[in-house]
Write a protein that binds this ligand. Structure first.
Ligand SMILES: C[S@@+](CC[C@H](N)C(=O)[O-])C[C@H]1O[C@@H](n2cnc3c(N)ncnc32)[C@H](O)[C@@H]1O
Length: 251
């Protein structure tokens, strides 16, 4: 018979305190202190001088957040507009981000045994709720990440088409929003989405259509099949966990 360890325990965590920041540094093992950032940032000097293969944006290649992330495709994460040519959607990114800046009304950060810091609901979060934008530094296609660091990067399509190659990646290792603390579960209730707000592409975490998170419950996403391939194990506690630590079960 297979018996699983008790699900990980959690204790309150204060994001803003100095000691809390030290604890984050310890948890992510990269010895860096993540900075809170409310938008995607960008260092043009890190980008290739030639257009990336498959680029479908402006002919004159001059990387800027505007040319890389302008799109009219996908669902608006503020008003829910999903029409293919959403000329009518006038939603503003500033309004979306101002709403998000209030995240602490709905969520809190707590330490979870074996996972570092996690995001917990203070109020019930219903199906299809947009949890928060995934922010950090936008890196070019093919950017090599240090595999000894914990993975905080999420792929994002570049150019006007949402299904286009190439993809860049948003890296939240050193700076990011609270969404960077959302842990993985093999039975996650939320997922990563690529949408837009007005005409700007936004990568975010959103509740799945039929699932809700109860007060006090941890919010999780599925990191995908490859995340735990590098020798890390998953401590989500789900009975059908796909990346179980062999030591976490006894016979
Ligand atoms: C995007 S970060 C999530 C926030 C992280 N817990 C922290 O404290 O900064 C991903 C890292 O969190 C930890 N993690 C997330 N989900 C986990 C899980 N189900 N089991 C074990 N570790 C997990 C791993 O160290 C992973 O590399």
């Amino acid at each position: 018979m297979v018996r699983l360890k008790a699900p990980p325990k959690s204790k309150p965590f204060r994001f803003t305190s100095i000691s809390g920041r030290r604890r984050i540094a310890k948890n992510i093992r990269s010895k860096t202190i993540p900075r809170q950032c409310g938008s995607v940032t960008f260092n043009p000097s890190e980008w290739p001088t030639n257009r990336p293969k498959g680029w479908n944006g402006p002919k004159t290649w001059k990387p800027s957040l505007d040319t890389l992330l302008t799109t009219t495709e996908g669902m608006c994460l503020l008003c829910g507009d999903e029409t293919p040519k959403p000329n009518s959607c006038k939603c503003s990114l500033e309004a979306f981000r101002a709403k998000e800046a209030q995240w602490e009304k709905l969520f809190e950060l707590k330490e979870v045994e074996g996972m570092g810091v996690g995001v917990f609901a203070k109020k019930r979060i219903g199906p299809r709720t947009v949890i928060g934008e995934y922010t950090g530094v936008l890196n070019p296609p093919g950017h090599l990440y240090d595999t000894s660091e914990v993975g905080y990067h999420v792929q994002v399509p570049l150019g006007p088409s949402i299904s286009s190659k190439p993809c860049g990646s948003i890296d939240a290792t050193h700076e990011g929003s609270f969404a960077r603390f959302v842990n993985h579960s093999c039975n996650a209730k939320a997922r990563f989405v690529t949408g837009r707000v007005g005409r700007t592409r936004v990568t975010a975490i959103m509740m799945k259509g039929n699932r809700a998170v109860k007060v006090g419950e941890q919010l999780t996403v599925d990191y995908g099949p490859w995340y735990f391939q590098g020798g890390q194990y998953c401590y989500c506690g789900y009975w059908r966990c796909r990346h179980l630590d062999p030591d976490a079960r006894s016979t």
